[in-house]
Design a protein around this ligand. Structure first.
Ligand code: FES
Ligand code: FES
Length: 168
């Protein structure tokens, strides 16, 4: 956890979290990932390095994936923030979640929420991605367990299926 909890530096902000506006007074230096986890109880996104390296804290802001440990909660004000919880509930990640399950693309699961968001960004924006491109896209998301091969397999499976269905 990081963030200044000094009451002198509280700022009111409204963030659209998983489709619903949430207004809170937040410490000016609190990171959005800490706000989501500690203030809203959305603990699906994890904190690892807290320095923008591991990708565990990946969330989506205004449709683009960002590192929640590098953005302040106040910077997310008036913006749309989507977390693994919201995207799971909406079904947006269903194909990828099924493929990760089928391909055993997770072990401890610590990296998985961030991986899924990064993977979803790829299949949405790079439907023609090769295995090499998949690996490149995931290079900012660390996994300590799987060796990445099964994760790449899962994402490639979804890409191929979407191409066959004409979604891509
Ligand atoms: S916790 Fe944000 S990138 Fe590692
Ligand atoms: S499954 Fe354990 S860190 Fe990726």
């Amino acid at each position: 956890m990081r963030g200044d909890t000094n009451m002198e530096h509280m700022v009111e902000t409204t963030i659209i979290v998983n489709g619903s506006p949430v207004t809170r007074r937040v410490p000016a230096r609190q990171h959005v990932i800490d706000f989501l986890r500690e203030e809203l109880g959305l603990t699906g996104s994890h904190t690892g390095c807290e320095h923008g390296v591991c990708g565990a804290c990946t969330i989506r802001v205004d449709g683009r994936i960002v590192r929640g440990c590098l953005m302040l909660a106040v910077q997310a004000g008036d913006r749309k923030v989507d977390t693994i919880e919201g995207l799971s509930d909406s079904g947006e990640l269903a194909e990828l979640q099924e493929a990760f399950h089928q391909r055993n693309a997770l072990q401890c699961g610590f990296c998985t929420p961030g991986m899924l968001l990064a993977a979803h960004d790829l299949v949405t924006n790079r439907p023609d991605a090769t295995r090499e491109r998949i690996r490149e896209h995931l290079s900012g998301n660390y996994c300590r367990c799987t060796g990445y091969h099964a994760i790449v397999d899962a994402i490639e499976t979804v890409l191929i299926a979407r191409r066959k269905k004409g979604k891509a």
